[in-house]
Ligand binder design. Sequence first.
Ligand code: BEZ
Ligand code: FE
Length: 304
Amino acid sequence: MPDLDRMGVTAEALAQMANTPDPRMREIMAAAIRHLHDFAREVDLKPDEWLAGIAFLTAVGQACTPFRQEFILLSDVLGLSRLVNVMHDAEGREAAGTETSLLGPFFREKAPEFQAGESIAATDKGGEEIILFGQVTDAEGKPLPGAEIDIWQVDATGLYDLQANDAEHMDMRGRFRTDAAGRFHMRTVKPMGYSIPMDGPVGQFVQRQNRHGMRPGHIHILVQAPGYRELVTALYMADDRNIDSDTVFGVSQSLVVMPEKGLPDAPRSDLPAIRYDFRLSRLAAGETGGRVGADPSQILPAAQ
Ligand code: BEZ
Ligand code: FE
């Protein structure tokens, strides 16, 4: 009988898991146990603190619905989503593509399809109309015709359609395809900065840390083309006051933009425009791919 003292229990937990047939699961869970036990020893975790942690995670789970993914939000505010993205970006690519950013909790599959030049705003809620245009290429600059570009963002009131809790209601999101030269162009409104959802356990957690809970204004973008690594990214507005302190760590310098008039090649001269070219990396051999995030309704489907 091993001695299950403060170190012995770790060794015994690892030993009991050592026969996990899936090698990757065995590796991940062994590391998780080592770090979890080290963490508890380092802070000398007390029973009431451990229970508070269990209560917090329970509340995070209970806040999840087909419209809301509180666990992804938790991963985001902890910087874990950013970390997984950064490691994924760095992994096995033959040439650098566009930097990635967080998918966030408001992505929906099957957004409405639009023709080039159309606006993703279903209703006029105000805001400054802008154009987003550019080209999708491979990492060497070869144009990719027929690539799918999904974009989504808040409306002029600072809310995503999903926050209306109505799965049928889709607004400020859409899918476009690149033309024969890999070009695309669409209309939207300049996104304002907004607060992550603060009315749940993750919001309370952020408040207790004296953090502002804001994200700088941004447009989410997902680009897909067969044979290429899916690109999940976002473009951030340079003039947002929180551009340097995003609560969920999504901003990279290469993704900061500013709409302006008079850009060469802009499809319209009457509206401010953002030109951004997206570069996709080829899928590496054996690569698993995968997004850091999901449509919430794919994780917790609505009851039939
Ligand atoms: C968003 O960009 O929509 C978002 C990302 C992470 C957490 C909350 C919101
Ligand atoms: Fe967002």
